[in-house]
Design a protein around this ligand. Structure first.
Ligand code: NZQ
Ligand code: ZN
Length: 393
């Protein structure tokens, strides 16, 4: 096992009714709060007979906090929303940026918290993937409403700049939320498509860390298989019974654990090629992240599997899908099982089904590899990425 440091300081408040602690937790960071939310789900009536918006405002105002708002954050959040939120932070001397929503809202809140304290243009930090100019970042917190990205407990933020067709992630410990409220009941209202794509995203985060050519990371791989089995077990339950608390709770904690940096610790490599490729699809076509991942993943698996790395597919097939047979059979069937599972969740299996044709494949492949080859299972150069996009058409 590789050496590592492990420090994940986000305080998690998990479970029913935890919103009641919001005001008390937030008041530790100052008086002025900017709440950042999406296009309207926050106003939906929830299982508490009210809306999350009302619950959050009540909890914050009860302890004397002043609440400012940035509504309308887009799925695949835009840099323009970041600038608007940062302006509001400066005008109102904001002490804490509180995201209420899914990964898009949380990612936007992180970038706002960075831009608010930075004189330059934060987009340049995303473009160069260099967070060092961000010496100070406002405290960030979240109330999570979709199980998917892990943004609630990690230091990553993914922002889109559609004017130049770029969607880029930036990671810094300064972006880790100081606290996150995870009440699975809030995800009862998440629709079928977002529930399914969130589940694919969780699984993909695991795949990116699980599918590596090395033979180390025994413990990490067993823990990751546990997360995969949990999603495979509970995703169909949540789709059939959207208000099944146990299903939603397992998916929520799975989403947080899948990408809070715990599993990668001690492993030699991680892959992340599928995510880099998907970010190009979202940047050009503004598609849902988990849908893009669901389409690409089985083709990526078929493309990268080789004699050197097929032991990982064998492990995956045996442990996650309980397959038996020869190693070749298990490896091959494990990929088929993955595709069938995504299809059973309603995820398309071709790019054309989400409106993506041949027109931009070359430029997307070029852009995906602009910083060098992708991946660890197999190094993917521009022509490899193009080949995978073509397979997925
Ligand atoms: O805008 P509202 O009205 O809130 O609606 C949202 C949105 O349309 C809706 N929604 C959220 N909570 C709901 C709800 N609908 C009903 N009931 C609720 N409780 O769901 C839609 C999708 O929301 P979004 O936040 O976009 O989903 P997700 O959490 O999947 O986030 C996706 C974004 O995160 C990035 C993705 O690339 C994408 O931009 N990622 C962030 C990562 C990170 N920070 O670590 C890692 C990921 O790999 C990913 O790249
Ligand atoms: Zn993802």
């Amino acid at each position: 096992m590789e050496n590592f440091n492990y420090y994940i300081p986000t305080k998690i408040l998990f479970g029913k009714g935890k919103i009641e602690s919001l005001g008390k937790e937030a008041s530790q960071y100052g008086k002025n709060i900017l709440i950042v939310y999406g296009k309207g789900s926050i106003f939906q009536k929830n299982c508490y007979g009210t809306s999350l918006y009302q619950q959050a405002k009540k909890s914050l105002e009860e302890v004397g906090l002043t609440v400012f708002e940035l509504p309308n954050v887009e799925p695949n959040p835009r840099i323009e929303s970041v600038y608007e939120g940062a302006k509001s932070c400066r005008e109102h001397k904001i002490d804490l940026v509180l995201a209420i929503g899914g990964g898009s809202t949380i990612d936007c809140a992180k970038a706002i918290a960075g831009q608010a304290k930075y004189e330059g243009d934060i987009w340049k930090c995303y473009e160069t993937k260099d967070p060092r100019p961000l010496r100070e970042v406002l405290p960030i917190a979240s109330v999570l409403t979709v199980s998917a990205t892990g943004s609630e407990m990690n230091g990553s933020s993914v922002i889109s700049n559609l004017s130049c067709h770029k969607k880029i992630g930036l990671t810094t410990p300064k972006f880790r939320p100081v606290f996150s409220i995870l009440d699975p009941s809030y995800t009862f209202t998440v629709n079928q498509k977002q529930t399914a794509s969130g589940c694919v995203d969780i699984m993909s985060h695991i795949f990116e860390q699980y599918f590596t050519p090395d033979h180390e990371g025994y413990l990490q791989n067993r823990m990751m298989e546990g997360v995969l089995k949990t999603v495979i077990h509970y995703a169909p339950v949540a789709l059939k019974h959207p208000d099944d608390y146990e299903a939603r709770a397992n998916l929520m904690w799975a989403s947080t654990l899948a990408l809070n940096n715990m599993f990668e610790k001690g492993k030699v490599l991680t892959d992340w090629a599928t995510h880099q490729m998907e970010h190009e699809l979202s940047a050009f076509y503004d598609i849902t992240h988990g849908v893009g991942l669901g389409i690409l993943t089985p083709y990526w698996m078929e493309y990268v599997i080789s004699e050197e790395n097929h032991h990982r597919f064998v492990e995956y097939g045996r442990e996650v899908w309980k397959l038996t047979g020869t190693e070749e059979e298990i490896a091959e069937i494990s990929i088929r099982k993955t595709r069938e599972f995504f299809t059973s969740l309603g995820i398309p299996s071709h790019l054309r089904e989400v409106g993506i044709g041949e027109e931009n494949l070359e430029v997307m492949a070029k852009q995906a590899t602009r910083r060098g080859p992708l991946g660890a299972m197999k190094k993917l150069y521009e022509e490899d990425v193009l080949a995978i996009f073509k397979m997925a058409l």
